[in-house]
Design a protein around this ligand. Structure first.
Ligand code: SF4
Length: 402
């Protein structure tokens, strides 16, 4: 039986090519997402593909030359950028990065779990859901005291972090008046130290967002996780639109938005494009876009997932930098498994924030000493609190040279 070449390549691009169907030539075996874009099918002519590649190049060039963020991206435009050859994409992302940010600066952020476990949601990747507690063995804890949180923030500041994030394993804040009062005290206490402060508490309404803003909150984290299409395979207890609604309340209250995704959930490249399209077409881009690599936790439904390939991580970061040029792009969960050189490539391609300290919410984190040593080796500097994007240095778009 003759194997159709084009569908096989498409599956290869998504990492689903069976060995029986594997084309033998070198280009096909590259298994790169870019290959999908340039190989003719029985219906497409070479000329058609050349024209398509030229159009993709024009979209990329226009995006790289832009001096302001745009919000009217089509999915096709993001796709044209995303599927560029990876080295070219990373280089162009680095060019954009240097126009909108000081490329030497990386924000140091420390995350604290202020209420561990016992969450009623069913996010398939999360150890804190009660539904997977039997398998994970994670014990639910009470909310941390204001004093213990402020002490943790003080230690984080002493070690060089300029942003402190607090996460609570809740579906939403309904009926949590006392907790909200304590969290507002934590927020104002951390702000009084001169740090940026972010919280992630699940869904919040307009009033709760306003109260958090009044307490001094800098940013609210609420990830959309993945594409709208793939999302229901990962979470069934709240919808994509509910997540976007919370982001709207946060934005309306004048709080910065931190919203990103998780790679390695079993999504395709198209889902990563869908994720980027969701956030890059919001009325305002999130000020912060965390890119998480799934850390599979035994006992959760995704506990046996294979780690995401680094190239997928880099491609997503680079494409995000191009479509959301002014946003801070944060390497979040999963950095512990990345080699230092891989992290450096991400910084080169536009990532400019990391979580550092003792722990992420439930997984391991690179420590301050380790990160300080890495910064020294690569000539990176910690970003100061509330620092805006650097004044654009004059960059030659063609050469990338200042
Ligand atoms: S990711 Fe958040 S909302 Fe989902 S189960 Fe975990 S703690 Fe709950």
């Amino acid at each position: 039986m003759r194997v159709s070449f084009q569908p096989a390549l498409r599956r290869a691009a998504r990492g689903r090519l069976s060995s029986a169907a594997q084309p033998s030539n070198f280009k096909a075996r590259m298994s790169t997402v870019a290959a999908e874009q340039i190989v003719p099918s029985t219906h497409d002519t070479l000329a058609y593909n050349a024209e398509r590649q030229q159009r993709a190049d024009r979209i990329l060039q226009d995006a790289v030359k832009a001096t302001a963020a745009r919000h009217d991206w089509t999915r096709e435009e993001i796709s044209a950028i995303f599927y560029q050859p990876l080295m070219k994409l990373a280089y162009q992302a680095a060019t954009v990065h240097r126009r909108f940010h000081n490329p030497a600066e990386v924000q140091l952020c420390t995350l604290m779990n202020i209420k561990t476990g016992g969450c009623t949601e069913d996010c398939s990747y999360c150890a804190q859901s009660t539904r997977y507690q039997k398998g994970t063995g994670l014990e639910a804890k009470r909310v941390e005291t204001v004093e213990s949180v402020l002490e943790a923030a003080r230690i984080a500041k002493e070690n060089g972090s300029t942003r402190f994030c607090m996460g609570a394993a809740w579906r939403d804040m309904r009926g949590r008046k006392n907790s909200l009062r304590n969290i507002k005290d934590m927020v104002s206490g951390v702000r009084a130290m001169g740090m940026e402060v972010c919280v992630t508490l699940g869904m919040i309404d307009e009033e709760q967002a306003k109260e958090l803003k009044a307490a001094g909150l800098t940013a609210y984290n609420h990830n959309v996780d993945t594409s709208r299409e793939f999302y229901p395979s990962i979470i069934s207890t709240r919808t994509y639109d509910e997540r976007l609604k919370t982001l709207g309340h946060v934005r309306d209250a004048g709080i910065n938005v931190c919203s990103g995704g998780i790679l390695g959930l079993g999504e395709t490249s198209e889902d990563r494009i869908g994720l980027l399209h969701t956030v890059a077409t919001l009325p305002s881009h999130p000020e912060s876009f965390p890119v998480n690599a799934l850390v599979p936790i035994k006992g959760t439904p995704l506990g046996d997932r294979k780690p995401i390939e680094f190239t997928s991580m880099l491609r997503t970061i680079a494409a995000a930098r191009i479509v959301m040029p002014a946003t801070i792009i944060r390497i979040a969960a999963g950095r512990k498994t990345m080699a230092e050189e891989q992290q450096a490539l991400c910084f080169m391609a536009g990532a400019n924030a990391i979580f550092t300290g003792e722990k992420m919410l439930t997984t391991e984190c690179n420590g301050w000493d380790e990160d300080a040593a890495m910064f020294g080796r690569w000539g990176l500097e910690p970003m100061k609190s509330f620092q805006k994007s650097a004044v654009p240095p004059p960059v030659d778009v063609e050469s990338g040279l200042e």
